[in-house]
Design a protein around this ligand. Structure first.
Ligand SMILES: NC(=O)c1ccc[n+]([C@@H]2O[C@H](COP(=O)([O-])OP(=O)(O)OC[C@H]3O[C@@H](n4cnc5c(N)ncnc54)[C@H](O)[C@@H]3O)[C@@H](O)[C@H]2O)c1
Length: 256
């Protein structure tokens, strides 16, 4: 676990739910949030990783095992935040899964997977969290989009559709929930997680080409390049930002 004394306590006293928070970018977010003073409910399918994270974090992390596409899991996560930490100030919808295939080969099941774990999980967690986020009067939702959606990445039809729908939903919620001082923003990351590393190993030339095409010349590091952007949006430093898409992708996409 990251040493907290090296970190500004920008999330002191905040309570967060992080979906897919046991590993990958979500794991980096959980660790950085704790280092910056937050307490975190991690929701994840991976029970061993989730429990290990909770056991290694004193009372700062609570683990809720389960699938984000299950509405009951969303309700349980919010209830756990309130029971364990007294409130819910931050929701991070990070988990999502999809299958990469040409558009015409993607089945109804492939679409359901991308939509259920991406779009509908994000909606369900936002709905479950809303009463508590309203109660705090100063809350932040960080949802996850993707350069694959913005660029129309081949083989990503269902994923790109889910991710762009998340951006649309986030802009509507930013407008509707602004009066409650609930901010809603989107992060599009690019990071070398286990999944990307496996792809890099399987297709090294393709990976090298991708890395070389990033203006900053490399894939991001989940801990140092992506989690700090999410922590910023979750913190009061971003109190005047809502409805935005923030690229944490080494400059690959420039939004205008
Ligand atoms: N890694 C990248 O370069 C990249 C690029 C663009 C967008 N993203 C987005 O960033 C987010 C995180 O990506 P990542 O690479 O860390 O993903 P990952 O697959 O490495 O990790 C996702 C985490 O979520 C958990 N998870 C997966 N499905 C779940 C489910 N149905 N219910 C509960 N938990 C589940 C996994 O166990 C894991 O801990 C995703 O929304 C992804 O689409 C990532």
């Amino acid at each position: 676990m990251t040493h907290s004394h090296h970190h500004p306590r920008t999330l002191e006293g905040k309570s967060a739910v992080v979906t897919g928070g046991a590993s990958g970018i979500g794991g980096a977010i959980t660790k950085l949030f704790v280092a910056r003073g937050a307490r975190v409910v991690v929701v994840d399918l991976q029970e061993d990783a989730g429990r290990a994270l909770a056991d290694g974090s004193g009372d700062a992390v609570a683990f809720v095992p389960g699938d984000v596409s299950d509405r009951d899991v969303a309700e349980r996560a919010v209830a756990t935040a309130v029971e364990r930490f007294g409130s819910l100030d931050v929701l991070v919808n990070n988990a999502s899964v999809s299958r990469q295939k040409p558009f015409e080969e993607q089945t109804d099941e492939d679409w359901a997977l991308a939509m259920d774990t991406g779009l509908y999980a994000t909606r369900n967690f936002m709905l479950a969290a809303l009463p508590e986020l309203k109660r705090t009067g100063n809350a932040s939702v960080v949802n996850f989009g993707s350069g694959a959606g913005l660029n129309g990445q081949p083989n990503q039809a269902s994923y790109a559709a889910a991710k762009e729908a998340i951006r649309g939903l986030s802009r509507v919620a930013a407008n509707e929930w602004a009066s409650f001082n609930i901010r809603v923003n989107v992060v599009c990351p690019m990071a070398l997680t286990a999944g990307v590393a496996a792809w890099a190993e399987a297709r090294p030339e393709q990976y090298e080409r991708s890395a070389a095409s990033v203006p900053l010349g490399r894939f991001g590091d989940p801990d140092r390049d992506v989690a700090p952007v999410v922590a910023f949006l979750a913190s009061d430093d971003a109190r005047y930002m809502t409805g935005q898409t923030v690229m944490a992708d080494g400059g690959s996409v420039k939004l205008r």
